[in-house]
Design a protein around this ligand. Structure first.
Ligand SMILES: CC(C)(COP(=O)(O)OP(=O)(O)OC[C@H]1O[C@@H](n2cnc3c(N)ncnc32)[C@H](O)[C@@H]1OP(=O)(O)O)[C@@H](O)C(=O)NCCC(=O)NCCS
Length: 172
């Protein structure tokens, strides 16, 4: 499957919403906007907000670039890059996070999304990126390690949660 990373756009409205409905079964992720009906009603505003995140800075948020993965003219996943770390991201979240639409999993989408996102991170001025991942998330561990992630640390965040892995990828 040939995957292309693109900036959020209204062009992929239908398959993006379809993907979100699939995610709904796992609990809607934060990046879907939380309330799909609102997103559906004003998709242009949703896309605009995603694009604006790249320059938005608040007390808790750092600028973040959102990228969508498209294959065969369909939204198949998303990846986002924080331009820098703050204490919260250092503890959990790291620089880069990604999700593959459930019906497209196991076909190399996340591995390819991360591969293509690394030069984007480099272009943002980063020389190394932190990726955090649950110790139980075998697929994500594989994605990170296939992209050169070096495990720096594994530690508990809370007693009722899996251990957290901290990987760094050096950017050439
Ligand atoms: C983790 C996730 C992004 C992986 O996406 P994906 O597109 O299916 O990943 P890939 O197809 O690139 O697979 C990566 C590797 O994991 C392996 N893999 C896939 N699903 C797996 C599973 N359930 N258990 C073990 N390994 C698995 C694949 O075989 C592949 O290994 P390979 O390179 O040796 O063939 C996806 O499962 C997902 O969106 N999960 C929910 C959100 C999430 O966990 N995000 C990451 C947070 S750190």
């Amino acid at each position: 499957m040939k995957i292309q990373l693109i900036s959020p756009t209204e062009k992929y409205r239908e398959s993006f919403l379809r993907g979100c409905r699939e995610f709904q079964h796992e609990g809607l992720p934060w990046w879907s906007g939380g309330d799909l009906e609102t997103v559906e009603q004003d998709f242009a505003a949703f896309v605009a907000k995603k694009l604006a995140d790249s320059t938005r800075r608040t007390e808790t948020l750092v600028p973040k670039t959102h990228l969508w993965a498209v294959a065969e003219e369909q939204f198949v996943g998303r990846i986002s890059l924080h331009h820098e770390l703050n204490d919260a991201l250092r503890a959990e979240g790291g620089h880069i996070g990604y999700d593959t639409v459930p019906s497209f999993r196991g076909r190399g989408v996340a591995t390819e999304m991360l591969r293509q996102a690394l030069p984007v991170a480099r272009a943002l001025g980063l020389t190394a990126v932190l990726l955090t991942c649950d110790d139980t998330n075998a697929a994500s561990i594989r994605v990170i390690e296939r992209n050169g992630g070096a495990l720096r640390e594994t530690r508990p965040l809370a007693t009722n949660r899996p251990l957290k892995r901290y990987y760094w990828i050096t950017l050439p």
